[in-house]
Design a protein. Structure first.
Length: 450
């Protein structure tokens, strides 16, 4: 933009230089005519006394007004009112025709002369002052060079001032760059810059960056805790396996060896289940899932059938009292099955013997609810930590502690909400999908357990 403005101003300077040169030339012609008119009375009187003024043989007398005259010097001529040339200075073209009073132009040999004519009232004469066309061009070039010099220094000063202002204006950005460069990637934290002390445009950016760094710090901390917990969960059964292997090497009793192999098999089964759940959690936590219309009732029936043996072993009655077949949500079938399976497995695990676990599907005004009710002790005392990876209400409780983390991740990836309801006589867990499911289309998990 600065270059365009400079080009426009330089072109305008050339135009203004011509106008200024023309005004200067006209002023010089007018002043010269006035000076000659006031001084012409003595010259005319000298010629009149000698009788030569009316001698037609000397009509057109040449006056050497300026020896060594340049083209920039005006030339003049005296004419009678009828146009007859009385005398002229050196350089005044004899062929130049008379002109009307005031400013005018006359073309001679392809050159346009600028002329100023004014009458001399006391002598019945007209004085004409003209200037060579080259003088106008020379004068215009002088003005043009001066204007361009002024513009050059002006633009240089403006460029320096602009660069200084830009450097000063970018100081907050440089400060932000330094602060961001010093952030520990292993322990990200907000920049510490005060938005109130920054320009309005940058203050909003700093707020967004601080919020992002805060979320990133929480994610990194959760990953650190998760990695430590996963390490512990795997290390414990591995250590048990190692101890059983050492025992097998020392003992030759068949019954003892069989018991050790059973314990090894049990720990391997636990680690296999743990690895499978970690895989489910990773899939549920991915940034985007492919969704389609899914009927929930068939998935619920399939999960109930899968969990029937577990419920029978605990003498728990398992069923579905409200299960409409026309309820449809947007989702990924495998992940939805994992969500329902984990919730139903937890409900059976905490339900007392000879009680009932009931699954219900309900259509609300703006959402679809999946509700699982059991007669267990409830979760009121531990609600804030229930979705943490590897958290178990009681350490002796079987399982990996990842089930509810998977539920939370799957629900969030589908734009659904999950909560526990302890207000009624029975404990229940509810998953709610919005009826339009617009939030779940291709949405990824952002705030899950990891």
């Amino acid at each position: 933009m600065l270059c365009v403005a400079a080009a426009i101003l330089f072109v305008d300077a050339r135009h203004n230089a011509r106008e200024l040169a023309a005004m200067d030339i006209d002023s010089r012609l007018q002043q010269t005519a006035i000076t000659l008119a006031s001084a012409s009375s003595g010259l005319l009187e000298r010629f009149q006394n000698s009788g030569r003024l009316h001698d037609t043989r000397i009509s057109g007398l040449i006056v050497d007004d300026s020896p060594g005259r340049s083209v920039n010097t005006p030339v003049f001529a005296l004419r009678r009112n009828d146009g007859e040339l009385v005398l002229r200075s050196i350089g005044f073209p004899e062929q130049l025709e008379p002109a009307r009073p005031g400013f005018s132009r006359r073309t001679l040999d392809g050159q346009r002369w600028r002329i100023f004519s004014t009458p001399i009232d006391t002598a019945d004469l007209i004085i004409q002052v003209a200037i060579d066309p080259v003088a106008e061009r020379n004068r215009a070039e002088v003005f043009e060079k001066r204007l361009q010099q002024y513009l050059f220094w002006l633009f240089l000063a403006l460029a320096i001032v602009g660069l200084l202002m830009l450097w000063r204006g970018l100081a907050p950005i440089r400060q932000l760059q330094r602060v961001l460069g010093q952030i520990d990637v292993h322990h990200p934290s907000p920049t510490g810059l005060s938005p109130a002390a920054l320009p309005r445009e940058l203050a909003g950016l700093v707020r967004v960056i601080d919020a992002l760094l805060s979320r990133l710090g929480r994610v990194v901390e959760r990953q650190r805790v998760f990695a430590a917990a996963a390490n512990h969960e795997f290390r414990t059964p591995l250590a048990g396996c190692q101890s059983q292997v050492d025992f097998l090497r020392r003992t030759h009793d068949p019954s003892h060896r069989e018991a050790a192999l059973d314990r090894i098999d049990e720990r391997i089964t636990h680690m296999t289940h743990l690895a499978a759940q970690l895989q489910q959690l990773a899939e549920a936590s991915q940034l985007g899932i492919d969704t389609r219309d899914v009927h929930l009732a068939p998935i619920v029936r399939q999960v109930i059938a899968m969990r029937h043996a577990q419920a029978h072993a605990k003498s728990v009655s398992l069923g579905a009292t409200v299960l409409p077949d026309d309820i449809v949500v947007r989702g990924e079938p495998t992940l939805l099955q994992s969500l329902i399976d984990n919730l139903l497995g937890n409900a059976i695990e905490v339900a007392p013997m000879n009680t009932c676990v009931d699954v219900q599907l309900e259509r609300q005004e703006t959402s679809v609810w999946l509700r699982i009710l059991d007669a267990g002790p409830g979760t009121r005392a531990h609600e804030e930590r229930l979705f943490e990876p590897f958290f178990r209400v009681e350490k002796a409780t079987p399982g990996t502690g990842l089930g509810l983390s998977i539920v939370h991740a799957v629900a969030d990836a589908h734009g659904a909400e999950v909560w526990f309801d302890n207000t009624g006589p029975e404990h229940s867990v509810v998953v709610s999908w919005p009826t339009d499911n617009s939030a779940s289309r291709g949405r990824g998990w952002q705030s899950g357990a990891l």
